[in-house]
Design a protein around this ligand. Sequence first.
Ligand SMILES: N[C@@H](CCC(=O)N[C@@H](CS)C(=O)NCC(=O)O)C(=O)O
Length: 225
Amino acid sequence: MPLTLYDMHNAVGKPASPYCWRIRESLLLLSVPFESRFLSFTQIGDRFSDTHKTVPVLSDGGKEIGGSWAIAEYLSENYDPHKRLFGGIDGRSLAAFVTNWVDATLLDTVNRMMVKDVHDAFMIEDQPYFRRREEERLGATLEAIQSSRESTRLAFQVSLHPARRAIKEQPFIGGQHPTYADFALHSTFQWTRTTTSFELLRADDRLNQWIERMDDWLASVSVQD
Ligand SMILES: N[C@@H](CCC(=O)N[C@@H](CS)C(=O)NCC(=O)O)C(=O)O
C-alpha cells in the first residue's frame, strides 16, 4: 500500500506548506510511492482529532508520523537502505543544522514578508482564522507586517550567505547530489513561488542557479500525472 502524505493546499489547489514540500521531495528522492491527501488549513485539527495539529503527517499502514523532521528520520530509517536522504550517515547532522537554520530564522522572516499574500492565497473559509491567529501572534495587522518587506528583503538576502557559499563549492548544499539539506531550503522557495509575486532574490543571485538545478532534479524524479 502506498504511503499517504497529508499536505495542505491553497485556494488554487497548490501545495502550500514548505514543511510538506521537504517530505514530498524526500519521497521522490527515495522513489517511495505515495499519495497526497490535501487538507485545507482549518481541516487539519479535525482530520487528526488534534493528535497532530500541523502537516505534514505521513501515514504508513497503521502508523501516523507527524512533523517534517520526524518523518525524514522515519524515511531514513525505513526506506533508505543506501542512506541517500541525508547523504550518508554523517549527513544527518548537516541536514539537521540546515533545517534548524531555515526553521528558526528564515521561515519567520519569509512569512512576515508575504503574510498578507499567504492569507490571500488561502481558501476564503480559511482566511479569517489565519488572519486572527497571525495578527495575534505578530502583534499587528497583516497589511502592516507585510508593508515593511522592502526594507526586510536586503537583510534576508544577506542571511542566505551560508547557502550561497556552500553552492559555490559544489552543485548542491548536500554535495554532488540533492539531499534533505537542500530540501529544507528549496521547500521555502517552493512555498513562496506559489504564494507571492514578491521577488525574494535578486535576479543575479547565485542561489537562482541552485534553485534551477533543484527544479531540474525535481522534474526528473517527479511522476507525471
Ligand atoms: N514543525 C512542524 C511545523 C509544521 C507546520 O507548521 N505546518 C503548517 C503548514 S506550513 C500547518 O500545518 N499549520 C496549521 C496550523 O498551524 O494550524 C514540521 O516541521 O512539520
